[in-house]
Design a protein around this ligand. Structure first.
Ligand code: NG1
Ligand code: ZN
Length: 536
């Protein structure tokens, strides 16, 4: 107790206005970096408890604020399989972080240990990493002090992408078991991806250079490092890495990156967009991916998370059929309400695959995707992955092929199982998956974009007095409160062709978001404005 008390005094919590609390949201604790030091210390305490509760399995802590401005930062906890912290524990995190004094912190810590039947003398292991934000230094120091005070064993992996940290957590916990996820090192991550990439490509050629905008974040140096692992004689992957300046913190996510491209619906102004260049953007911690190109005739064309999702579902669905596994494995796609309606139609009607809609936040999508043998999940913003069940992975390896085509399909599926990050959405891994699929199909980005036409859509942020008044149901697609608001939205939607609109409170910002789509751009804009006025 003494150690925890003393170290706590070094990393105080910044008090909030009366009646306000820090909350563990969709992205953990995320805010201006100068509020986070005490929080990071306390998250160290919590992570050590979580590890002890789970028999000393390694728990991860990632320090990042992803696509948010450089002055922000965030702290989030990763569970032993590399997935997000179990939902029940978000409450404990909130309780620990909001303890008003050092003494009360010790009290809450001990109370949690008693309530959860945690032996504070048992082993505990925590591993952590951070993105390139300068504030990360101070936050990992506070985190390490928390881990030391709690007498946990810990490993500092320094600068990593978020998905790399998730990989390392899973690799650490599966080391030496039959389910080993890969070598426990950053190099092990690159080796695994490079090997699976070569295997999945099977000598096929990639058509043209890919320009990768790295948001001036951690993805830049990590992607450059990864590229060294690809054997040039086996795959031609010509990548031009741009926006990879991690030395000037102020340029992080500034006018570049996946979030910029998706929300502004245009290419980053730097480097100056050249017509026809195959391009993609990562976000600040390299877990989101958006493809695009500037067409000489039609202008900017974007291939977002919905496109990646439908591309993956279509390719993997075909492979499963060719492999003769169609009756054995259930494939499904998971989306949120922000998925473009045209993508949902394409997946259900053309690919004939089930689609489930969940509330915003990848933890929800991930959970539902685990219910399928092959669960494809992406948020429209480009964050997602494809999950394979143990049954699926073993079928790819064990099924006796009846023909060379069947063997080919099984081999490709097995390679995809290793190539696609099974812990969390991973921009580098997803990019390799997209490249494999386009190479197999011999498709350009334009071919990919031709599969269906997106409905014009508009997303607006609305400042409201109290966003907590906005309660939703039906995977956030309908408002329960304020009373009458949903009826008004329904009336507005009826006035437009192929229209859909919904409003919900943001989980990461102090505002509401309104989404609208309709048959034409002007109708989508008009509908969004109308609905915004309803909830204002
Ligand atoms: P909120 O602020 O709850 O809308 C945003 C994104 C989510 C998700 C989280 C976590 C949109 C509309 N919302 O959530 O998709 O990525 O941030 O980063 O893009
Ligand atoms: Zn991110």
């Amino acid at each position: 107790d003494k150690a925890i008390l003393e170290a706590s005094a070094k990393h105080p919590i910044v008090p909030l206005e009366k009646g306000k609390f820090y909350t563990y949201g969709t992205a953990g604790f995320r805010m201006k970096a100068d509020l986070l030091e005490g929080i990071s210390y306390r998250v160290g305490l919590l992570a050590s408890l979580r590890s002890r509760k789970l028999n000393g399995q390694a728990i991860g802590v990632m320090i990042t604020a992803s696509h948010n401005p450089a002055a922000d930062n965030g702290v989030k906890i990763v569970d032993p399989l590399g997935d997000m912290l179990e939902q029940d524990w978000e409450r404990y995190a909130t309780a620990l972080v909001n303890a008003p004094s050092d003494e009360q912190l010790v009290e809450v810590y001990n109370r949690l240990a008693t309530e959860l039947k945690i032996d504070l003398k048992s082993p505990s292991k925590v591993i952590y990493g951070r993105d390139t934000r300068p504030s990360g230094h101070k936050l990992v120091t506070a985190l390490a002090d928390g881990l030391e005070a709690a007498k946990a064993e810990f490993v500092d992996y320094k600068i990593l992408t978020t998905p790399q940290l998730h990989y390392l957590v899973r690799a650490t916990n599966s080391e030496g078991t039959p389910l080993s996820y890969g070598k426990v090192s950053e190099a092990g991550y690159y080796e695994k991806l490079a090997e699976a990439f070569v295997r999945a490509m099977k000598g096929r050629r990639i058509n043209g250079t890919l320009q990768v905008d790295c948001a001036n974040g951690v993805g830049g140096p990590k992607l450059s490092e990864f590229l060294k692992y690809i054997p040039k004689d086996k795959v031609n992957f010509d990548v031009k890495v741009v926006n990879d300046d991690v030395l000037r913190p102020e340029v992080l996510n500034l006018e570049c990156g996946a979030d910029f491209v998706k929300t502004k619906q245009r290419a980053p102004p730097n480097p100056k967009p050249q017509p026809g260049v195959r391009s993609c953007s990562l976000d600040g911690d390299a877990d989101r991916l958006i493809y695009y190109w500037v067409d000489p005739e039609t202008g900017f064309v974007m291939l977002d998370g919905d496109r990646i999702s439908s591309l993956a579902a279509s390719f993997i669905g075909d492979l499963v059929e060719s492999a003769g596994l169609k009756d054995d494995l259930r494939i499904g796609v998971v989306q949120t309400a922000y998925a473009n309606g045209a993508s949902t139609n394409y997946i259900t009607q053309h690919l004939k695959l089930p689609v489930i809609c969940t509330p915003t936040g990848v933890k929800h999508l991930h959970h539902v995707a685990q219910g399928f043998d092959i669960g494809v999940y992406f948020e429209a913003n480009g964050h997602g992955t494809v999950l394979f069940s143990p049954d699926a992975l073993s079928a790819f390896r064990k099924k006796e092929p009846q023909s060379p085509a069947q063997k080919d399909a099984l081999d490709t599926l097995a390679a995809l199982g290793d190539l696609i990050n099974q812990t969390v959405g991973d921009a580098i891994s997803d990019m390799l998956m997209v490249e494999v699929i386009l190479a197999h199909k011999n498709w350009t980005l334009r071919d990919w974009a031709m599969t269906y036409a997106d409905l014009p859509n508009r997303l607006v942020r609305v400042e409201v007095g109290n966003k907590d008044l906005f309660q939703t149901t039906d995977a956030e697609r309908r408002l329960l409160h304020p009373e009458g608001a949903q009826d008004e939205i329904d009336q507005a939607v009826k006035k437009y062709k192929d229209a859909r609109s919904f409003a919900r409170a943001s989980g990461t910002e102090n505002a509401c978001r309104v989404y609208a789509e309709a048959a034409t751009r002007s109708e989508a804009n008009e509908l969004a404005e109308r609905v915004a006025r309803i909830i204002e």
